[in-house]
Design a protein around this ligand. Structure first.
Ligand code: GUN
Length: 262
């Protein structure tokens, strides 16, 4: 960051949080801490739970016009707010989550400025572990706009053979059993059991599920899956920190883009 700063690049991030969802509060705090750690200036906009759509859109409009580099609105929003309209309101060149349809479309054609943080973090983990994706059977469980769909696209761009599973998939166990690389992003505690993992498979767990007893578990039954997997990520401490690292990367990228535009 010091090198960038000597070149006049001072990345900045606005983080919006609406209401008092405890999980969102933890995520936002972690994002702010990471900014502080690497030298990104962060501004928090903590709005009350009864904020109106108009008030939220007015704030985003102000930030769009300001000199802030990145804008992130923590999801989920309270149910009276229209998430889609909020995502659409963030200027694509400040959309460090890569949720705006313009950025989603750019990812689809493989010509993007920003990658969504969680799928990008998963790709970094795979690549930094020296694991090749080319020609591999990749099974993604979950089809959300935030993780499942972009994750599948990134694995495809990396020349994997990609299957997306979801709640209507006929035989989940049999499909997952074919996988060389499994990415679980479905939000069901320990849905992926040890018997579904092929010997030597790479297992990436994006799930973050709080059990009634307070324990945090992923979408994969870790203790059984580790017996089969050649590489596996834990929950917590696996994908989560990578997501935040990719947010930092996107914010620096946004700042560099804005610098070029000056
Ligand atoms: N809620 C859960 N994950 C995310 C994320 O990556 N970005 C935002 N903005 N909200 C989230």
């Amino acid at each position: 960051m010091a090198v960038l700063q000597t070149k006049g690049v001072h990345p900045s991030l606005a983080v919006i949080i609406v209401g008092d969802d405890p999980a969102s509060r933890i995520y936002v705090n972690n994002k702010k801490k990471a900014c502080e750690y690497i030298g990104i200036r962060s501004e928090e906009y903590a709005l009350p739970g009864n904020t109106t759509q108009e008030e939220l859109l007015t704030l985003i409009e102000t930030l769009n016009e300001s000199n802030i580099d990145g804008i992130l609105c923590q999801l989920p929003l309270p149910s009276h707010l229209d998430e889609k309209a909020v995502i659409n309101a963030i200027r694509p060149d400040k959309d460090v989550d890569a949720f705006h349809p313009v950025n989603v479309g750019k990812i689809m054609i493989g010509d993007y400025d920003f990658l969504p943080c969680t799928p990008a973090g998963v790709m970094e983990l795979i690549k930094e572990s020296g694991i090749s994706i080319v020609g591999k059977e990749c099974v993604v469980i979950g089809r959300s706009n935030i993780v499942g769909k972009p994750m599948s696209m990134l694995l495809l761009h990396a020349h994997g053979t990609v299957t997306i599973c979801h709640s209507k998939t006929r035989d989940l166990a049999e499909t997952v059993r074919q996988a060389d690389i499994v990415v679980a992003a479905v939000g069901v505690p320990e849905l992926i059991t040890g018997d579904m993992i092929k010997e030597g498979a790479v297992v990436i767990d994006v799930g973050m599920n709080r059990l009634p007893n307070g324990k945090l578990v992923g979408d994969v039954a870790f203790d059984a899956a580790i017996e089969k997997a050649s590489a596996i990520t834990p929950v917590p401490g696996g994908v989560g920190p990578m997501t935040i690292a990719m947010l930092m990367k996107n914010t620096v990228k946004a700042s560099l883009l804005h610098q070029e535009l000056k």
